[in-house]
Design a protein around this ligand. Structure first.
Ligand code: CO
Length: 197
């Protein structure tokens, strides 16, 4: 007996509708993938890249973790980035955070949350580096800005990663984008011109 029957029903309906609107879709995709984009985003259930960008399966390679971190020692993230850059040859890497990020808030609230505290420590360093700017703001503004600063810091980390350094040295065409998503309006906004990798 299947557990979670609703999800299986949803899936059946989705697969049938997809095949009906685009015959051969699954057969074509079973042969391989060639996405143009890599997404590094937060694990938050409210920020699903394919849905919010209107992309089909096969169009975006995805890595998600709490608070969209790019740590130089994260083998999972680095493996994803290397595969996307060197094999899939994506042209754009999008680091996307979101306003109201619980991971960002937790990094500076002075409370214990568990293992995740170790994961989000670097965001507290970002807050410290921008202490002056953040001190001028109210609590909500401060958190919004820290969400933005976190994206920019992680995009810089990505740009400095060995995989991206190697890509630059090979002359591979690649842009890194720093984006932030608004939970309250569903809109994505760019935080700066893309870094050219
Ligand atoms: Co988040």
């Amino acid at each position: 007996m299947k557990t979670l029957p609703t999800l299986f029903e949803n899936n059946e309906a989705w697969a049938q509708a997809k095949e009906a609107s685009d015959p051969g879709f699954f057969e074509r995709h079973a042969g391989g993938q060639s996405p143009k984009y890599l997404w590094i985003g937060c694990a938050d259930s409210r920020v699903p890249p394919n849905q919010l960008l209107g992309l089909d399966p096969g169009e975006i390679f995805v890595h998600r973790n709490i608070a969209n971190q790019v740590h130089h020692s994260d083998l999972s993230m680095l493996s994803v980035v290397q595969y996307a850059v060197e094999h899939l040859k994506v042209e754009h890497v999008i680091v996307c955070g979101h306003y109201g990020c619980g991971g960002v808030a937790a990094s500076v609230d002075g409370q214990r949350h568990g293992i995740v505290d170790n994961w989000i420590k670097p965001i507290a360093d970002v807050a410290e580096a921008h202490e002056g700017e953040l001190a001028e703001m109210d609590e909500a503004g401060k958190l919004d800005r820290l969400c933005e600063l976190n994206v920019l810091a992680q995009a810089r980390n990505l740009s400095r990663s060995t995989v991206l350094e190697d890509a630059r040295n090979r002359g591979q065409k690649l842009e890194i984008h720093s984006w932030i998503y608004g939970l309250a309006d569903g809109k994505v906004k760019s935080l700066q011109d893309p870094l050219v990798g």
